[in-house]
Structures are given as structure tokens and as C-alpha cells.
Design a protein around this ligand. Structure first.
Ligand code: 4AD
Ligand code: MG
Length: 461
């Protein structure tokens, strides 16, 4: 069975032959003696044009097809010299496969992304979302390809977990207890020993900790899967369910980590530019002018590296009015991140060596005892796209950090053990997959790069 993509790709073989195609009516122009149908099956960005002559026995039926009617067409593929589309099919048979009602919600006109969010089950049929989700799919493949070519092990870390990987407490609880009427202890607290796992459990916020265990067995690994955060941030860059890609490398420090991240970043951009040409041209024309050129620039230059302390100095000296005042020790806000990557660097920039107080417990403390070997990659338009670090491999320091963060040491017993037995230097990072899709497409809202987004107050489809 041919797809529309096949027709364009195998054009030279198929031309002047009779072919059969099953797809949906994307557009229909009707004049008295002839009907032009733009036929699309979602496999490629371009529709194929069908010409239906009034001689066809069911011409009157064809004329009345509504948008998104499913049809089978049999006819001759011909070249159309000088026309907008390079090829078309001259129909010999048109068969109705599935009717579409006349009130089809996606009529031919531009709809706002807000409106399309009310129909997550249909919006993938529009040009924009067709292109976004093809890029999303290609990007995922590019990530696997990159790590596979470098001999990394792909490890499936668990979704349900007993430990908080970030120590930030932003987790969704998983329970089989009757939450209306839970079993209680003598002291009146919920008795989690009666829960499915005999303890409290959550959806994972990151596969990193389990990834570290596998890095310390297989050296270079990555995990890539869904992660969940109950952050109450109703922004265009936060989702409650998002995908994260996290490599972990052993016998490696922060600088090895930065080098890997930069290589990966450039590789996956090149892959998408190369393999999604039509889609990227569409984004360049309709979503973000000049995006292709900007991405080409990114892959041709070295990324800047700047310490947190330097970044804070630059922000303090800038004339920009920030909503959130800048001072050494603050967590950089999106406005600061974007200022640095957009106005100062005008490209991707790694910020390293953040104050230890604002970063996760597992990051390696630097010799100044004030900062940790952290790295965030900031990019224009998005802000933080990657977060990573060299990990604290020294048992005593890690133990103290867990205690100081008021985390339960029993939950991290296994994690600490990794430091007792061959706990060599290791490092890793997490790429926010949706933010990468936003960066590549120019889409401005994370809700528009996830097929069925889950965000605060929204889980309808
Ligand atoms: O900086 P984060 O929190 O780092 C980690 O989770 C580490 N365990 C990663 C590691 O070192 N293995 O998250 C990593 C990235 C962020 O830079 C951001 O791109 C994305 O994940 N991210 C989110 N994306 C969408 N919605 C959210 N709520 C996100 N939170 C983080
Ligand atoms: Mg982060």
C-alpha cells in the first residue's frame, strides 16, 4: 500500500503508471467540470493533488465530499509542468471509505493554538501540528542514534519510585489506598505499610539516580522516558508530564559532561535539519522567521561557557529592569536566563558552578565549598534546556548533604552504597525533550509540542 510520502519519494518510478492511494480529503476545489482534491495521509507534509473529471461515474458524489472524508483513489500519476505541485493523480476511480460530517471542526482557515488546544484529538491533522509531531519523532530517533553510535547502553529506569531524585518534593503520589478513608496508625497518621509497596511511593521526577547505578556498571548509559513533576508552575515551559533524556558517564568530570552535551546538541539539530526539510521550511515561514539560519549558526560554533558568578556580575551591571532582583545566591529566573542567552551571548551558553544551596543534593561540591560542579545549558527563546552536574562521589560529603536536606537516609541507602564500592568520578545531565522540540520548531508553548499535554488543571484528553 502506497503512502503519500512514497509517491513523492518514488516519483520517478511511478510516473505515468496507475497507482492506488488511500487518504483523507484535505481540501477540495469544485468547478463545474472538474474537481481538484488535495489528498493527505499525514505521512508527509505535502498533499498530493487528485484531478477528478466530470466523466467519472460518481463525479456528483465526489463533488460533495466534506473535509476529512476518507477515500481510495485509483488513477494515473502524471507530471504537471509549470504548476504549483510537481505531480498529480488523474483519477479513474474514487471510492468513499469513511464519511466526514459537514460540521468538521477544522475548516480551512487559520485557527489559534489556544483554540486547537481544545481539540487535542484532532489538531495533529493541521499543518503546524503535523510538522511539530514529525520533528518530535525524528528528534527522539536522533537522540537514540547519537547514543547508539557512541556505544551507550539504553537503560529503562523505573516510573514508580521510592526516592525523590531531585530532593525537591514535587512528586505525584502513587497509592492503592482508599484516599477517602485510609488505614491509620495509632498516632492517627496514614499507615503506608498497608499500601501496595508497603511504603509511600511516587512517580519519578528523573531517572538519574538509577541511571548512576548503571553508569557504574556499564560506564556510558542513557535513559529516556517520561518524568512527572507536580510543580505548581503554570508557564509555557512547564508540564506535569514531560520526557527527559539523561545520559550518565563514568570516569568523567564536568568538562567531559559539557563536551558530550555540546556534541549531542549539535548532532540532533543537524539530524532534524537534514531529515525534516519541508517541516523546517514551514516553521521558518510561519512560526519563527530565520530559525533555520539560527540553528545552522549554532552547529557551526563552539558553545560559550560562563560561571554562575560571572553571569550574576553581568546581570547586575546590565541596564535591563528585571522583575526578580539579582544577587549572588539567587536561583536564576527565566528572565535572567533569557537575557544571558539572548542579549549577552546570542546563542547557547553553559552556566557552571552554581551556589550549592540552590542545586540538588547529589551535585559535587567544589573546592571553594560554596559552589557545586553544576551545568545548565541556556538557549534563546527557551532558557534552561539542559540541567546536569558532576556527581558527589565522596561518601561522607554525600551523606551529610542528604541529612542537611532533611531527606530520609534509609531511602538513599542503595545510592550511598554506590560510593562505597568503586564509586569513581561520574557525571550526567538531563535534556528536557519538549523544550528541545520548542527550540527546534520555534513553538512558544510546551502545550503545543506534546500530543496530549498534562499541565496544572488540565488533563482532559
Ligand atoms: O534541571 P532538572 O531538574 O535536572 C534533573 O532532573 C537532573 N536529574 C538531570 C540529570 O542530571 N540527569 O531537569 C532537566 C531538564 C531541565 O533542564 C528542563 O529542560 C527539563 O528537564 N524540565 C522540564 N521540562 C518541562 N516541564 C517541566 N516541569 C520540567 N522540569 C524540568
Ligand atoms: Mg534544572
Amino acid at each position: 500500500k502506497l503512502t503519500v510520502r512514497d509517491i513523492f519519494e518514488k516519483k520517478s518510478e511511478l510516473i505515468e503508471n496507475d497507482i492506488e492511494i488511500m487518504a483523507w480529503v484535505k481540501n477540495l476545489r469544485d468547478s463545474k467540470n472538474i474537481v481538484f482534491i488535495e489528498l493527505s495521509d499525514g505521512t508527509c507534509f505535502k498533499p498530493i493533488q487528485i484531478v477528478v473529471d466530470k466523466e467519472l461515474e460518481n463525479f456528483e458524489e465526489v463533488r460533495k465530499f466534506n473535509l476529512y472524508t476518507g477515500i481510495r483513489v485509483f488513477g494515473k500519476l502524471v507530471e504537471t509542468k509549470g504548476a504549483k505541485q510537481p505531480i498529480e493523480i488523474q483519477a479513474k476511480e474514487v471510492e468513499l471509505l469513511a464519511d466526514s460530517l459537514s460540521d468538521y471542526p477544522l475548516q480551512k482557515k487559520r485557527h489559534t493554538f489556544e483554540y486547537l488546544r481544545t481539540m487535542e484529538h484532532l489538531r495533529a491533522r493541521t499543518n503546524t501540528f503535523n510538522a511539530v509531531f514529525r520533528v518530535r519523532s525524528l528528534l527522539s530517533f536522533a537522540i537514540h542514534k547519537f547514543f547508539n553510535e557512541r556505544g551507550f547502553l539504553y537503560i529503562h529506569t523505573p516510573i514508580i519510585t521510592g526516592s525523590d531524585a531531585e530532593g525537591a518534593g514535587e512528586m505525584f503520589q502513587v497509592t492503592t489506598l482508599d484516599i477517602e478513608n485510609p488505614p491509620k496508625n495509632e498516632d492517627g497518621k496514614v499507615d503506608y505499610t498497608k499500601d501496595f509497596f508497603n511504603k509511600r511511593t511516587h512517580l519519578t521526577v528523573s531517572g538519574q539516580l538509577q541511571g548512576e547505578a548503571y553508569s557504574l556498571s556499564h560506564r556510558n548509559i542513557y535513559t529516556f522516558g517520561p518524568t512527572f513533576r507536580s510543580e505548581n508552575s503554570n508557564t509555557a515551559r512547564h508540564a506535569a508530564e514531560f520526557w527527559m533524556m539523561e545520559p550518565e558517564i563514568s570516569f568523567a568530570d564536568l568538562h567531559d559532561n559539557i563536551a558530550l552535551c555540546e556534541d549531542m546538541f549539535k548532532y540532533i539539530i543537524s539530524y532534524v535539519l537534514e531529515n525534516a526539510k519541508d517541516e523546517m521550511k514551514f516553521f521558518d515561514s510561519f512560526i519563527e522567521k530565520g530559525i533555520i539560519k539560527r540553528l545552522e549558526d549554532v552547529i557551526s560554533k563552539d558553545f560559550k561557557v560562563m560561571t554562575y558568578t560571572e553571569a550574576v556580575e553581568i546581570l547586575k551591571q546590565s541596564k535591563e529592569k528585571f522583575d526578580y532582583p539579582v544577587e549572588w545566591g539567587i536561583d536564576l529566573q527565566t528572565e535572567h536566563e533569557r537575557y544571558i542567552s539572548e542579549k549577552v551571548v546570542n546563542g547557547p551558553v553553559f552556566i557552571i558552578d552554581y551556589p550549592k544551596e540552590i542545586k540538588a543534593f547529589y551535585m559535587r561540591e567544589n573546592d571553594d565549598h560554596k559552589t557545586v560542579a553544576a551545568m545548565d545549558l541556556l538557549v534563546p527563546g527557551v532558557g534552561e534546556i539542559v540541567g546536569g552536574s558532576q556527581r558527589e562521589e565522596r561518601l561522607d560529603i554525600l551523606e551529610k548533604k542528604i541529612k542537611d536536606n532533611h531527606m530520609k537516609i534509609e531511602d538513599y541507602k542503595w545510592y550511598l552504597e554506590l560510593r562505597k564500592y568503586g564509586g569513581v568520578k561520574h557525571a550526567g545531565y538531563g535534556l528536557g525533550f519538549e523544550r528541545m522540540v520548542m527550540y527546534l520548531t520555534g513553538m512558544k508553548n510546551i502545550r503545543d509540542v506534546i500530543p496530549f499535554p498534562r499541565t496544572v488543571n488540565s488533563c482532559d484528553f
